[in-house]
Design a protein around this ligand. Structure first.
Ligand code: PMP
Length: 307
């Protein structure tokens, strides 16, 4: 990773190297933290944060789900993020806000706890590689089950959820694939370790509904809207592993993964084994928007250099 100069920690800017925490921090032991992943892109008008409000709304909802006390509201978080990007002199970056339970009490339910809110920003290229964005990645349907929402709500972006993602992704990489696809308890396709998934069959675009234990991804919502605006039919409907394998096109969405085509699943080619034409259209529009090259969707961007 590329360290930056400053981190925003409980409303002050501190040196990157001084943003440390105690070994007995509650969140480190029990996963009692929630976080976000946001991107800012380089545009003609300087760095622009994509869907900042939606991300901080989700962060505060995740806090509520786990009773984490966060004293900052959405506009305070957005103002802090803008300042942090400018202070670090970054034309584009990945943004990682986190709210977690501090050091203080080590039982499962911490007594008289305090909470930290922090934001880190750093330069980060394509999560699944430039080659993956261009030509697609190879995935495997994981035998690690997606944690059911009755156990851990998939709509809250909790640190603890990522133990499940870690196991699935680690296994996929060990087996020689680029990424895992997790099935839920019902055996339906759920999502990737850090991505939502879409399939295309006969020009109809389908993504699993939220109750198939998926995170309500902000890129997922974006892709749904863009696909509809491009006049495609979009369905939120359960997907079986067979439907996944028999699809004409398939792609992942996510802030880190952006729009990444899936060219192969379980060693079987999807479509002709490269980026499909509909995926290409959605991906191209997405990149135009985030890079500030589309007037129509410019309200999704927060420019850092504007007061
Ligand atoms: N699912 C999971 C499990 C994720 O971690 C992410 C990344 N936040 C996504 C889906 C995609 O969500 P978003 O588009 O909001 O980044």
């Amino acid at each position: 990773m590329n360290p930056s100069k400053y981190i925003w920690l409980n409303n002050t800017f501190i040196d990157w190297g001084k943003a440390n925490t105690h070994v007995l921090t509650h969140a480190l032991h029990y996963g009692s933290g929630v976080f976000e992943g946001i991107r800012a892109y380089s545009t003609k008008k300087g760095p622009a944060i994509f869907k900042a409000k939606e991300h901080y709304e989700r962060l505060l909802k995740s806090c509520k789900c786990y009773d984490l006390i966060c004293p900052y509201n959405i506009s305070e978080f957005i103002a802090a993020t803008k300042k942090l990007i400018l202070k670090n002199d970054l034309p584009s970056c990945y943004i990682r806000p986190i709210v977690y339970t501090d050091y203080g009490s080590i039982g499962i339910i911490p007594k008289n706890s305090t909470y930290t809110s922090a934001i880190a920003v750093w330069e980060w290229g394509s999560y699944l590689g430039d080659e993956g964005i261009e030509n697609g990645i190879r995935c495997i349907i994981s035998d690690i089950m997606k944690t059911p929402s009755q156990a851990m709500p998939s709509t809250a972006k909790s640190c603890a959820n990522y133990a499940n993602s870690f196991l699935a992704k680690k296994k996929a990489l060990t087996q020689g694939y680029d990424e895992a696809i997790l099935l839920n308890q019902k055996g339906n396709v759920s999502e990737g370790p850090g991505e939502n998934i879409f399939i295309i069959k006969n020009n109809v675009i389908t993504t699993p509904p939220i109750n198939d234990d998926v995170l309500k991804g902000i890129t997922r919502d974006t892709a749904i809207q863009l696909a509809k605006d491009l006049d495609f039919e979009v369905k939120e409907k359960s997907i079986t592993p067979n439907e996944l394998l028999e699809s004409d096109e398939c792609f992942f969405t996510g802030t880190a993964a952006e729009i990444t085509p899936i060219k192969e699943i379980n060693d079987k080619k999807i479509g002709n084994g490269s980026k499909g034409p509909i995926t290409h259209q959605i991906q191209q529009l997405y990149f135009d928007i985030v890079k500030g090259e589309s007037e129509t969707y410019s309200s999704w961007l927060t420019f850092c250099e504007e007061e």
